[in-house]
Structures are given as structure tokens and as C-alpha cells.
Design a protein around this ligand. Structure first.
Ligand code: ZN
Length: 421
């Protein structure tokens, strides 16, 4: 059976009709499979005569400590630890996330099989052979990915976050949507009652059960300054990016609002009465409300060119992003560890923590964008995209986007449906 994705990747109209037929078939098939699955599982359990112990890793646990508690000898532990490192790339355990299963032939027998589960999508099986030698085998668990669609509307006095939760968008997906929209929108000024938004995202299933969520595939938001749309698109070279509806890179070199969901408390002004000094002077940045200790991410990739204190800015960091842009973050309570003059930072890397040092009336982030040595308004300055598509890729993108839009339109009318990817 052909997958919907293949249709989405080639050309358009008839294929969408076929895709929808495939979709309905898959929905029907899914219902059949999900009804049947529990029966075969019961049979398997009845036949299972081995004894199984499951250990959930908690803080402070070590792999050798856990193995020792299960009665494994020193030399066995060394062998297993080395094998996990060499064959499965597992060096340590993560508390509250990793699980280890120990299998014995009976209560009294020694462990003959160990299953390490480092993610819902991977299992590492260690088995002890007749010569008491351990072998390692990694199994990737098959996942079914579905694209699901959620939409909502901003109500009076609402925030995008509340509206998103009400629309049933999972918190992790909502955070990703924020990250994307923050390149284009200012949540303070662009969000009003009555605005509609939607998101198409991946849900991952294993044997018919929902396990986790994947990527945001498309976002749409009716902002005051026009409809903002972004699509995730995979290029021929395997690289993945987000693009606007015309195929221009949506991920900008800088973020307008470094802290997600932070309210603007003072905007960029060439003249304003200073709240502490009392006289009129320019406000060369934007202030975002942020409690003391709120992590401050770098608005873009770059290099720290200044890190210090002055009476106005308090603790501040200045980052050079390229030949054109610099950003500055002021009133920090403290700097992030390892962030010094000369440090190269990623976009989104935490550089410090909000505070109220310097000339400040309360904890907030004062954020400046400096373009060719001149202060500009971070919320309105035109920002260059990180990644644009060449002509061929753009043509492929537009075809994909039209097909995806048709899928979205269908899902918007049938929100209980999904697209199998
Ligand atoms: Zn300020």
C-alpha cells in the first residue's frame, strides 16, 4: 500500500483524493488492528513461564550498582558494562527515564537476559549463552507516525498558551510552536481575541498505543500583521527546515522575543521618560517581564563579545551574530556557567538569568538589537533568514506545501482523522 506521504511529495489534485481514500482505509485498518491486538498478547503472557524483574532507574543509581543488586558477579558486571558501551553506545543511565528488565528461568536461577530500554523506540538485549558469555543485540522498535491537526481561537483576556491548551495541543508541541512563532510574532502586540491558529504535528504510536509526539509539521496563526504560516520541509540533502508559505526560510538569524511567552512591559522608543532617572531619554531596547532567575536564551548563534557590569545595564551580555547584528541582554541576576567573552553560543543557548541589577525598577529582561552599530526595534526590524531554498528545492517545497494544505483543509473539517506518514 502506498503511503500518503509519497503522494504529498509528488504532484497534486488527484493524488489528494487517493490520499484521502488511503487515509480512510488506514483508519479502518487501525480500528481492526487495535481490536485484535489484546487477544494475541494474552496468549503470549500465558505461555511466558520466565521470571521478570523491572528496575526503573532513580537518581543516584549506577549501572554496576543495579547489576550487583541482581546478583551478578564483578567480572560479569565489567563484561556487561563494556558491552553496553561498545555495542549500544550506552555509557550511563538517566534517572526516571531508563528501565532495565532482568529475566531468569525461575525465581532461584541467575539472570540470563537483561533488557535495557533507553527510549520507547529502542531496546538493548543482553543474553548470556551456554559458555557464560554475554551477547548484545539492539532492537529498534517500529513506530507509526500520524499527523494530527488541532486548532483554536484566542478568547478575550486569553494568552496563546491558554488557548493552545484548551485546543488540546500538548505542552511540548505548544513550546515548539512558540519557538517557531517567536521569529515572526510578538505575542504581546500581535495576539488579540478572535484570532485563529492551528498546528499539524506528529504523534508516534507503537502497536496502536500513543507513545510520544514528534515534530511540528505546520503552524498557522492569524496575527495582526497578517497570517503567519510555517511548514517543516525536508530537503534533498536530508536537511530539515521551516519555511513560510512562499518557501522563504522561517527560522531567522535572531529571535524577536528571546524568552517565550514573556510580556512586553516597555517597548522600543526614541524618547521616553525613564522610570528611575525621571527625565526623558531613549529606550534603546524592549523590556520583557521575567521573574528573577528566568533563563535567558541567546536570540541567535554568535560569539560573546562583552560580559560585564555597568551602572545602567547591570550585569549584561553582548553577542555578535554576524557582520551586521549584535544583541544585548541586561539586568541579569547572574551569568550562565561557561559563558565568557569569546564563548561561541548556539541560538537558544542559556547565557544568563533574569534579574534587576543596574538601573531597573524590578526583575525583567532588557533586550537590545544593534544593526550595523545602530539600535533598532527588535520587534519590527527585518531579520534575515538562516536558510533559504534554491530554485529547485523551492519548486518542490511549493508542490509539497499545496498538498499539505489540502490535507490540512480536510483535517480541519474532520478533526478526529489523521494522516499516516
Ligand atoms: Zn529596558
Amino acid at each position: 500500500m502506498k503511503k500518503v506521504k509519497e503522494y504529498l511529495n509528488t504532484s497534486v489534485l488527484t493524488k489528494i483524493i487517493i490520499a484521502l481514500a488511503v487515509l480512510l482505509t488506514l483508519v479502518a485498518l487501525f480500528l481492526v488492528i487495535s481490536n485484535r491486538a489484546p487477544i494475541s498478547r494474552d496468549v503470549a503472557d500465558a505461555e511466558n513461564t520466565t521470571c521478570k524483574t523491572v528496575v526503573v532507574v532513580s537518581a543516584g543509581d549506577t549501572l554496576s550498582g543495579i547489576l550487583s543488586k541482581q546478583g551478578l558477579s564483578h567480572s560479569q558486571i565489567n563484561e556487561i558494562v563494556a558491552l553496553l558501551k561498545k555495542d549500544a553506545g550506552i555509557n550511563g543511565l538517566r534517572a526516571d527515564r531508563d528501565k532495565i528488565e532482568f529475566v531468569r528461568a525461575s525465581d532461584e536461577s541467575p539472570v540470563n537476559k537483561i533488557v535495557v530500554i533507553p527510549s520507547p523506540w529502542r531496546q538493548v538485549e543482553l543474553t548470556c549463552d551456554d559458555n557464560a558469555k554475554w551477547n548484545c543485540n539492539t532492537i529498534d522498535i517500529e513506530r507509526d507516525t500520524r499527523a494530527v491537526y488541532k486548532s483554536g481561537v484566542i478568547l478575550d483576556g486569553d494568552s496563546f498558551y491558554l488557548a493552545g491548551m484548551r485546543a488540546g495541543i500538548p505542552a511540548g508541541i505548544l513550546a515548539d510552536v512558540y519557538d517557531l512563532l517567536a521569529f515572526e510574532m510578538d505575542f504581546e502586540r500581535d495576539v488579540r481575541a478572535g484570532q485563529k491558529f492551528s498546528v499539524l504535528y506528529e504523534e508516534n504510536f507503537s502497536s496502536g498505543a500513543h507513545v510520544d509526539n514528534g515534530h511540528v509539521l505546520a503552524v498557522s496563526f492569524d496575527a495582526l500583521r497578517g497570517n503567519v504560516k510555517m511548514y517543516r520541509f525536508k530537503k534533498k540533502d536530508g536537511g530539515v527546515g521551516y519555511y513560510d508559505e512562499n518557501g522563504n526560510g522561517a527560522i531567522k538569524s535572531l529571535k524577536r522575543t528571546p524568552i517565550n511567552n514573556a510580556k512586553v512591559t516597555s517597548s522600543f522608543q526614541t524618547r521616553r521618560k525613564h522610570p528611575v532617572l525621571g527625565f526623558t531619554r531613549a529606550h534603546k531596547g524592549v523590556d520583557f517581564r521575567a521573574p528573577t532567575g528566568t533563563p535567558i536564551p541567546s536570540a541567535g548563534a554568535g560569539r560573546v563579545v562583552k560580559r560585564g557590569y555597568n551602572s545602567g545595564h547591570g550585569n549584561f551580555v553582548r553577542i555578535r551574530h554576524n557582520g551586521t547584528f549584535e544583541t544585548l541582554y541586561a539586568h541579569m541576576s547572574r551569568f550562565a556557567k561557561g559563558v565568557n567573552v569569546g564563548t561561541v553560543v548556539r541560538q537558544g543557548q542559556i547565557i544568563g538569568y533574569a534579574g534587576s541589577t543596574g538601573l531597573s525598577t524590578g526583575p525583567h529582561l532588557h533586550y537590545e538589537v544593534i544593526k550595523n552599530g545602530k539600535h533598532v526595534n527588535p520587534l519590527t526590524v527585518k531579520l534575515p533568514p538562516i536558510d533559504n531554498l534554491d530554485a529547485t528545492a523551492k519548486a518542490r517545497f511549493l508542490e509539497y506545501r499545496r498538498a499539505l494544505d489540502a490535507g490540512i483543509e480536510y483535517l480541519s473539517e474532520h478533526p478526529q482523522m489523521f494522516i499516516v506518514l
